[in-house]
Design a protein around this ligand. Sequence first.
Ligand SMILES: Cc1ncc(COP(=O)(O)O)c(C=O)c1O
Length: 491
Amino acid sequence: MALDLILAALHHPLLPGEARQQRLYRLLRSAILDGRLSAGWRLPGSRQLAKDCRMARNGVLFAYQQLLSEGFLVADRGGTHVASLPSPAAAAPVTAVPGDILSRRAVGLAGSRLPEELLPFAPGVADLNAFPWPVWSRFLQQAWREVSARQLAYAEPGGEPALRRSLATFLRVRRGVVCLPEQIFIVAGGQLALDACARLLADPGDRVWLENPCYQAARNTMLAAGLEVVDVPVDAAGMAPPDALWRDKPPRLLYLTPSHQYPLGSVLSLERRLAFLNQLKPGANWLIEDDYDSDFHHARPGGRPLPAMQGLCPDAPVIYVGTFSKLLYPGLRIAYMVVPRWATEAFGAAIAALYRGGQAVEQRALARFIDSGRLTRHIQRMAPRYRQRQQVLRQALLDGLAEPCAILGGEAGLHLTVRLPAAAPDRTLVAAAARHGLAVRALSSYFADARGDNGLVLGYGMAEAERIPELVQRLCLALAEAKVADYPANS
Ligand SMILES: Cc1ncc(COP(=O)(O)O)c(C=O)c1O
């Protein structure tokens, strides 16, 4: 009989943290749900059951009370019975689902699998070993000492005022961004900023121009928002739209990485910057300027990055997006959007309606970190290291790769892109490199279609200069293997 089996199961070892009375509750509940105890069945009295199970009566009363309060049991003058419930969900494990699990838009998302972030050559990762966490933790501690209930609630719309003020100055000095603190909106990551643009500034079916090749997460965000993507080619001077495109397919959104195109590394020329800005019309289109890693500009005098497009025309419909993922660490999840003054109110209300902010303590610590000059000092410490790593990587690639290859970009940031002959398909090479402990990415995976260039995107943020020659040797071995072996792509 079902009850005997339940009582026998009571004597099996308990789950971690489980008391016997909880186990009795759980066993009775699942027997009711799967129909072993049927509707109307009368349960034994608590005294009797306690005796049968050799447990305290209070424990049985606990289980009964719990099941009564959840509606699995009903009590009346005749005793305690199993409630009459709609037939329970099939107990069999689900092996096939007749409908669609994901929306059609989500099925179209590609290439979003993150590589092992801490493996050598993972693109876009800052040197997390060099992050000054003893200093940072002092700033955090100070912020925690001053905390009140206000900072534990949802963050103020737009973010902590202190951070918005610090950023307004920092961005003006370092990036030529012209804005007031109230034009700055702190968000939990650059990716969320792109999501906010896609959902708050465009409607499903609206057109977005993306760079081709493009940052995969930007493409995914736009597709998930139901936008129509137009892939625009990129050359050595950045996005290069054909002349007729503005007339034939004007965009609602235009996504650019002008300071350091991701992944090709080109810098958008001043001429093109001005041409794009001239085409924009407030209310008709928006340009998203993703300035994700330009604080490390290796080619320009003093390592100063090219000033932001936003500052060329502060009233243009430009959303400037920046992140602390490359400057500090990605797990911090603090990024920001700068919106034009005339859009601040409408945008502020919409973003507050859609997302809840947090991390007020981290934001306050970050404001002090910036104001104290620590952030600038950190940038000054890291910039020469990244520059050196890039030079060493470039040379090691030129020395080590037997194939004719083209090394692209390198003026800024944390990655180099290498174009390779098609003999070693890059997706095969990625799998071969993974076997050598390297997390490179296939250049072709950034392109909108299969005809994309063959090559690799190599991050040097985490690769110390002394290790790079040996890492490149491993890459060369992988390249040789990829040409002869049939590695399954992305295995
Ligand atoms: C081109 C580009 N834009 C934006 C981001 C956003 O970074 P996060 O979401 O970590 O702030 C990244 C991160 O890798 C990136 O590579």
